[in-house]
Design a binder for this molecule. Structure first.
Ligand SMILES: N[C@@H](CCC(=O)N[C@@H](CS)C(=O)NCC(=O)O)C(=O)O
Length: 123
């Protein structure tokens, strides 16, 4: 039964990825110097995620549209990033945006909060 539920969950996840790829539209365009500065700023960011999680897909879609090439870290079972997420953020829940700035590390959970934060800062 558990195998069947996992299979259906993964199938739905990959279906969402496929629909997202087909419908996600175009990336935000910026002047090359501006984009370069943003890319540099984004080296302080990483997104802990699963590939087939709908909340992660929603977050990746927003990142794509805003043209924010943030490093993605796979936090699935058995991965080294899963342990980092647990130790740093305090729980295994994705998506989670890690922001390392001014000598401090912030772990931001909740897809809606992450998307609002990125929109306010980079749109
Ligand atoms: N309200 C959260 C929901 C996130 C969520 O439920 N994520 C699931 C994956 S789709 C999760 O991390 N579950 C923990 C686990 O699978 O270990 C959001 O919008 O980010």
């Amino acid at each position: 039964m558990k195998i069947l539920i996992n299979f259906i969950r993964n199938l739905l996840g990959y279906l969402i990825i496929a629909v997202d790829l087909i419908t996600r539209g175009t990336k935000k365009k910026r002047a090359p110097e501006k984009q370069k500065a943003i890319n540099q700023e984004l080296t302080k960011f990483s997104l802990y995620q699963f590939s087939a999680c709908p909340f992660c897909t929603k977050t990746r879609r927003a990142m794509y549209k805003l043209n924010l090439p943030i490093e993605k870290r796979n936090a699935s079972v058995g991965s080294k990033h899963r342990q980092e997420l647990l130790e740093g953020g305090g729980r295994i829940k994705v998506p989670c945006l890690r922001i390392e700035e001014n000598g401090q590390v912030e772990w931001m959970y909740e897809s809606s909060e992450i998307i609002s934060y990125l929109e306010n800062r980079f749109a």
